[in-house]
Design a protein. Structure first.
Length: 224
């Protein structure tokens, strides 16, 4: 039985049918193809640890898109999932809330899609290192449960319609290196950054409605 399958850049336009019988598959890489439509239910193997579907033309993560219960879609059964990318597709609807409960997940990349609604809670994804949800249609406030993701290094939420104050509560995350909030609807003063964000190297807050000043001490600290 296959454990690793890499079909990136193979010019395929459908999910290979032989995947139906591959129940031991751990790594499935199908990025940069021409696969369109919904992901068939038989693709979501419980054994999967790494799944890369990026740079295709997918429109749904659920074959039966009429099922609006995000807790029942097949991806929610992937309890061993460590890395999942479906970036640069045409996915719409809400981000499955169950992704925030997968304790093994450390990379989630859903950037450049048409996801809408709010960002789900990530209280259970305690190993999360990279979260990229930029360039979607997400709205509302940031889930405060992100403060529990103490392994988080990269958080990119740019180019959405998020409406919240500056997330100073993320400042205690010991490993956060990249924070991108650009082109949203964030507002209000930015202050008291000097003793926060100990590992930050990249901060992009352009095209929002923040006020106040960033102190020289803050920038000196982020470059040490």
């Amino acid at each position: 039985m296959l454990r690793w399958l890499d079909l990136r850049y193979c010019n395929i336009n459908t999910f290979p049918a032989f995947l139906k019988s591959q129940e031991s598959l751990k790594y499935l890489l199908l990025s940069n193809n021409q696969i369109s439509g919904a992901v068939p239910n038989w693709v979501w193997k419980k054994s999967l640890q790494i799944l890369d579907l990026s740079n295709n033309s997918l429109t749904s993560l659920d074959q039966f898109s009429s099922n609006h219960d995000s807790l029942q879609i097949p991806i929610c059964n992937l309890s061993q999932l460590q890395g999942f990318s479906a970036s640069f597709n045409k996915l719409s609807g809400s981000i499955p809330s169950c992704l925030g409960n997968i304790s093994t997940l450390y990379i989630l990349d859903l950037q450049q899609n048409n996801f809408s609604g709010s960002i789900p809670d990530f209280g259970g994804a305690t190993q999360l290192s990279t979260l990229q949800l930029n360039d979607n249609k997400l709205e509302g406030k940031l889930p405060r449960s992100l403060a529990n993701c103490t392994s988080l290094k990269i958080l990119n939420l740019g180019n959405n319609t998020l409406h919240d104050t500056f997330p100073l509560w993320l400042g205690k995350l010991p490993r956060l290196m990249v924070l991108i909030l650009r082109a949203n609807r964030f507002y209000g003063p930015i202050k008291h950054l000097e003793n926060n964000f100990p590992a930050l190297n990249v901060l992009d807050i352009a095209s929002n409605k923040f006020s106040g000043k960033l102190s020289i001490e803050f920038f000196q600290a982020t470059h040490n």
